[in-house]
Design a protein around this ligand. Structure first.
Ligand SMILES: Nc1ncnc2c1ncn2[C@@H]1O[C@H](COP(=O)(O)OP(=O)(O)O)[C@@H](O)[C@H]1O
Ligand SMILES: [Mg+2]
Length: 241
Protein backbone atom coordinates (compact mmCIF):
# COMPACT_ATOMS: atom_id res chain seq x y z
CA UNK A 1 0.00 0.00 0.00
CA UNK A 2 2.85 2.39 0.93
CA UNK A 3 6.45 2.02 -0.13
CA UNK A 4 9.20 4.47 0.77
CA UNK A 5 12.57 4.11 -0.90
CA UNK A 6 15.74 6.02 -0.05
CA UNK A 7 13.80 8.94 1.42
CA UNK A 8 15.93 12.00 2.09
CA UNK A 9 14.36 15.10 3.61
CA UNK A 10 14.77 17.74 6.29
CA UNK A 11 14.14 21.33 7.27
CA UNK A 12 15.89 24.26 5.63
CA UNK A 13 19.38 23.00 4.95
CA UNK A 14 19.34 20.47 7.80
CA UNK A 15 19.03 16.92 6.53
CA UNK A 16 17.05 14.67 8.90
CA UNK A 17 16.13 11.62 6.83
CA UNK A 18 19.19 9.94 5.35
CA UNK A 19 17.67 7.39 2.99
CA UNK A 20 14.81 5.71 4.85
CA UNK A 21 13.20 2.56 3.43
CA UNK A 22 9.84 1.23 4.60
CA UNK A 23 6.94 -0.78 3.32
CA UNK A 24 3.40 -1.01 4.66
CA UNK A 25 1.26 -3.83 3.27
CA UNK A 26 -2.44 -3.30 2.63
CA UNK A 27 -4.62 -3.88 5.69
CA UNK A 28 -1.70 -4.30 8.02
CA UNK A 29 -0.74 -2.32 11.09
CA UNK A 30 2.89 -1.23 11.00
CA UNK A 31 4.67 0.48 13.88
CA UNK A 32 7.41 3.05 13.36
CA UNK A 33 9.45 3.23 16.55
CA UNK A 34 12.41 5.27 17.71
CA UNK A 35 13.60 7.78 20.28
CA UNK A 36 12.82 11.47 20.42
CA UNK A 37 14.01 13.48 17.43
CA UNK A 38 14.99 10.50 15.29
CA UNK A 39 12.80 11.52 12.33
CA UNK A 40 9.54 9.60 12.85
CA UNK A 41 7.22 12.58 12.40
CA UNK A 42 9.41 13.80 9.55
CA UNK A 43 8.73 10.58 7.64
CA UNK A 44 4.99 11.03 8.13
CA UNK A 45 5.15 14.68 7.07
CA UNK A 46 7.03 13.78 3.88
CA UNK A 47 4.42 11.10 3.09
CA UNK A 48 1.50 13.47 3.60
CA UNK A 49 3.17 16.24 1.58
CA UNK A 50 3.60 18.67 4.47
CA UNK A 51 7.33 18.85 3.79
CA UNK A 52 9.19 18.23 0.56
CA UNK A 53 11.25 15.13 0.04
CA UNK A 54 14.67 15.94 -1.38
CA UNK A 55 15.22 12.57 -3.01
CA UNK A 56 13.94 9.03 -2.95
CA UNK A 57 10.44 7.87 -3.76
CA UNK A 58 7.11 7.48 -2.00
CA UNK A 59 4.66 5.16 -3.68
CA UNK A 60 1.09 4.95 -2.39
CA UNK A 61 -1.49 2.54 -3.75
CA UNK A 62 0.45 2.12 -6.98
CA UNK A 63 1.13 5.80 -7.62
CA UNK A 64 4.13 8.01 -7.00
CA UNK A 65 2.92 10.64 -4.50
CA UNK A 66 6.32 12.10 -3.73
CA UNK A 67 5.94 15.89 -3.47
CA UNK A 68 2.24 15.93 -4.35
CA UNK A 69 0.34 18.72 -2.57
CA UNK A 70 -1.20 17.61 0.77
CA UNK A 71 -4.85 17.84 -0.37
CA UNK A 72 -4.09 15.60 -3.38
CA UNK A 73 -2.59 13.01 -1.06
CA UNK A 74 -5.70 13.10 1.15
CA UNK A 75 -7.85 12.69 -1.98
CA UNK A 76 -5.80 9.65 -2.96
CA UNK A 77 -6.65 8.13 0.42
CA UNK A 78 -3.65 8.74 2.65
CA UNK A 79 -4.34 10.71 5.81
CA UNK A 80 -2.05 11.78 8.63
CA UNK A 81 -3.34 12.24 12.18
CA UNK A 82 -1.09 14.43 14.31
CA UNK A 83 -1.10 14.81 18.08
CA UNK A 84 -4.12 16.99 18.81
CA UNK A 85 -3.05 19.58 16.29
CA UNK A 86 -5.61 18.82 13.58
CA UNK A 87 -8.61 20.20 15.39
CA UNK A 88 -10.00 23.69 15.82
CA UNK A 89 -10.51 24.23 19.57
CA UNK A 90 -13.20 26.90 19.12
CA UNK A 91 -15.34 24.63 16.95
CA UNK A 92 -17.62 21.85 18.13
CA UNK A 93 -16.81 18.16 17.82
CA UNK A 94 -19.25 17.68 14.96
CA UNK A 95 -18.01 20.76 13.10
CA UNK A 96 -14.44 19.45 13.34
CA UNK A 97 -15.54 16.06 12.03
CA UNK A 98 -17.40 17.63 9.10
CA UNK A 99 -14.23 19.55 8.19
CA UNK A 100 -12.38 16.22 8.06
CA UNK A 101 -14.76 15.17 5.29
CA UNK A 102 -13.91 18.15 3.11
CA UNK A 103 -12.94 15.98 0.16
CA UNK A 104 -16.30 14.21 0.09
CA UNK A 105 -18.74 15.56 -2.43
CA UNK A 106 -21.89 14.01 -1.08
CA UNK A 107 -24.01 14.85 1.96
CA UNK A 108 -24.99 11.20 2.29
CA UNK A 109 -21.34 10.09 2.47
CA UNK A 110 -20.68 12.74 5.10
CA UNK A 111 -23.62 11.45 7.13
CA UNK A 112 -22.55 7.80 6.74
CA UNK A 113 -18.99 8.61 7.79
CA UNK A 114 -20.18 10.55 10.82
CA UNK A 115 -22.18 7.51 11.88
CA UNK A 116 -19.16 5.28 11.38
CA UNK A 117 -16.95 7.56 13.51
CA UNK A 118 -19.61 7.70 16.25
CA UNK A 119 -19.78 3.93 16.13
CA UNK A 120 -16.03 3.68 16.76
CA UNK A 121 -16.09 6.43 19.37
CA UNK A 122 -19.53 6.73 21.05
CA UNK A 123 -18.00 9.33 23.39
CA UNK A 124 -17.71 11.73 20.45
CA UNK A 125 -21.42 11.34 19.77
CA UNK A 126 -22.20 12.19 23.39
CA UNK A 127 -20.02 15.27 23.10
CA UNK A 128 -20.81 16.26 19.52
CA UNK A 129 -22.02 19.77 20.33
CA UNK A 130 -19.23 20.52 22.80
CA UNK A 131 -16.31 22.72 21.78
CA UNK A 132 -13.17 20.72 21.01
CA UNK A 133 -11.33 22.90 23.57
CA UNK A 134 -13.38 21.32 26.37
CA UNK A 135 -12.49 17.70 25.56
CA UNK A 136 -10.23 15.54 27.72
CA UNK A 137 -6.91 14.32 26.27
CA UNK A 138 -8.37 10.94 25.33
CA UNK A 139 -11.46 12.45 23.73
CA UNK A 140 -9.28 14.85 21.77
CA UNK A 141 -7.24 11.95 20.41
CA UNK A 142 -10.48 10.19 19.43
CA UNK A 143 -11.58 13.37 17.65
CA UNK A 144 -8.28 13.58 15.75
CA UNK A 145 -8.57 9.97 14.60
CA UNK A 146 -12.26 10.42 13.81
CA UNK A 147 -11.50 13.53 11.81
CA UNK A 148 -8.91 11.59 9.82
CA UNK A 149 -11.43 8.84 9.09
CA UNK A 150 -14.03 11.30 7.78
CA UNK A 151 -12.39 11.53 4.34
CA UNK A 152 -12.74 7.76 3.66
CA UNK A 153 -8.99 7.08 3.66
CA UNK A 154 -7.44 3.81 2.53
CA UNK A 155 -4.62 4.34 4.99
CA UNK A 156 -4.12 6.43 8.12
CA UNK A 157 -0.83 7.44 9.70
CA UNK A 158 -1.09 8.08 13.43
CA UNK A 159 1.57 10.13 15.18
CA UNK A 160 1.86 8.96 18.79
CA UNK A 161 -1.81 8.29 19.51
CA UNK A 162 -0.99 7.14 23.05
CA UNK A 163 1.04 10.21 24.08
CA UNK A 164 0.16 11.54 27.53
CA UNK A 165 -2.91 9.33 27.92
CA UNK A 166 -3.91 7.05 30.80
CA UNK A 167 -3.30 3.32 30.14
CA UNK A 168 -7.03 2.50 30.06
CA UNK A 169 -7.68 5.12 27.40
CA UNK A 170 -4.66 3.95 25.38
CA UNK A 171 -6.11 0.44 25.44
CA UNK A 172 -9.45 1.74 24.21
CA UNK A 173 -7.84 3.70 21.39
CA UNK A 174 -5.62 0.78 20.37
CA UNK A 175 -8.66 -1.55 20.29
CA UNK A 176 -10.29 0.90 17.93
CA UNK A 177 -7.18 1.08 15.73
CA UNK A 178 -7.39 -2.69 15.42
CA UNK A 179 -11.07 -2.44 14.54
CA UNK A 180 -10.29 0.21 11.91
CA UNK A 181 -7.85 -2.22 10.30
CA UNK A 182 -10.38 -5.07 10.45
CA UNK A 183 -12.75 -2.77 8.55
CA UNK A 184 -10.21 -2.69 5.71
CA UNK A 185 -7.89 0.24 6.38
CA UNK A 186 -4.11 0.18 6.49
CA UNK A 187 -2.43 1.74 9.51
CA UNK A 188 1.02 3.19 10.13
CA UNK A 189 1.46 4.11 13.77
CA UNK A 190 4.36 6.09 15.21
CA UNK A 191 4.83 5.27 18.87
CA UNK A 192 7.15 5.77 21.80
CA UNK A 193 5.07 3.29 23.74
CA UNK A 194 7.05 0.44 22.17
CA UNK A 195 5.59 -2.45 24.12
CA UNK A 196 1.99 -1.50 23.34
CA UNK A 197 2.80 -0.67 19.73
CA UNK A 198 4.41 -4.07 19.14
CA UNK A 199 1.38 -5.78 20.66
CA UNK A 200 -0.85 -3.89 18.25
CA UNK A 201 1.23 -4.03 15.07
CA UNK A 202 2.04 -6.86 12.67
CA UNK A 203 5.39 -5.46 11.66
CA UNK A 204 7.74 -2.84 13.06
CA UNK A 205 10.53 -0.52 11.98
CA UNK A 206 13.04 1.13 14.30
CA UNK A 207 14.52 4.41 13.10
CA UNK A 208 17.69 6.07 14.34
CA UNK A 209 19.56 9.04 12.86
CA UNK A 210 17.14 9.21 9.95
CA UNK A 211 17.59 5.63 8.74
CA UNK A 212 15.81 2.39 9.54
CA UNK A 213 18.13 0.34 11.77
CA UNK A 214 15.97 -2.69 12.57
CA UNK A 215 12.82 -4.15 11.09
CA UNK A 216 10.79 -7.29 11.48
CA UNK A 217 7.62 -8.94 12.60
CA UNK A 218 6.41 -7.43 15.86
CA UNK A 219 6.59 -10.76 17.66
CA UNK A 220 10.26 -11.05 16.67
CA UNK A 221 11.10 -7.44 17.50
CA UNK A 222 9.84 -7.93 21.04
CA UNK A 223 12.69 -10.39 21.52
CA UNK A 224 15.26 -8.55 19.41
CA UNK A 225 18.29 -7.63 21.53
CA UNK A 226 18.74 -4.16 20.04
CA UNK A 227 15.09 -3.32 20.56
CA UNK A 228 15.05 -4.86 24.02
CA UNK A 229 18.21 -3.05 25.15
CA UNK A 230 17.21 0.28 23.73
CA UNK A 231 13.48 0.36 24.34
CA UNK A 232 12.22 -2.39 26.55
CA UNK A 233 14.85 -2.37 29.27
CA UNK A 234 13.99 -1.65 32.88
CA UNK A 235 10.31 -2.34 32.31
CA UNK A 236 9.91 1.11 30.81
CA UNK A 237 7.56 1.79 27.96
CA UNK A 238 9.28 4.93 26.83
CA UNK A 239 12.01 5.03 24.25
CA UNK A 240 15.22 6.61 25.44
CA UNK A 241 17.81 6.24 22.75
N1 LIG B 1 9.76 22.30 11.69
C1 LIG B 1 11.04 21.97 11.96
N2 LIG B 1 12.05 22.81 11.68
C2 LIG B 1 13.34 22.46 11.94
N3 LIG B 1 13.71 21.28 12.48
C3 LIG B 1 12.75 20.41 12.80
C4 LIG B 1 11.36 20.70 12.56
N4 LIG B 1 10.62 19.64 12.97
C5 LIG B 1 11.51 18.74 13.45
N5 LIG B 1 12.78 19.20 13.35
C6 LIG B 1 14.00 18.47 13.76
O1 LIG B 1 14.07 17.26 13.01
C7 LIG B 1 14.52 16.18 13.83
C8 LIG B 1 13.53 15.05 13.75
O2 LIG B 1 12.28 15.49 14.23
P1 LIG B 1 10.99 14.58 14.26
O3 LIG B 1 10.84 13.89 12.97
O4 LIG B 1 9.87 15.45 14.71
O5 LIG B 1 11.37 13.53 15.39
P2 LIG B 1 10.48 12.44 16.11
O6 LIG B 1 9.09 12.52 15.57
O7 LIG B 1 11.15 11.12 15.80
O8 LIG B 1 10.56 12.74 17.57
C9 LIG B 1 14.71 16.78 15.22
O9 LIG B 1 16.07 17.03 15.39
C10 LIG B 1 13.91 18.04 15.20
O10 LIG B 1 14.48 19.00 16.04
MG1 LIG C 1 7.32 13.04 16.49
Amino acid sequence: MLKIDGLVSGYGSVQILNGANMKVDAQSIVALLGGNGTGKSTILKACSGLIRSWSGSINFDGEDIHNNPPHKIVERGLVQVTQGKDVFPAMSVIENLRLGGFVLNSKQKLKDNLEKVFDYFPRLNERKNQLAATLSGGELQMLCIGRGLMSNPKMIMLDEPSAALAPQIVLDIFKNINRIRKDGLTVLVVEQNVRMALLLADYGYVIKDGVIKVEGESKKLMYDDTVKDSYLGGGGTTANV
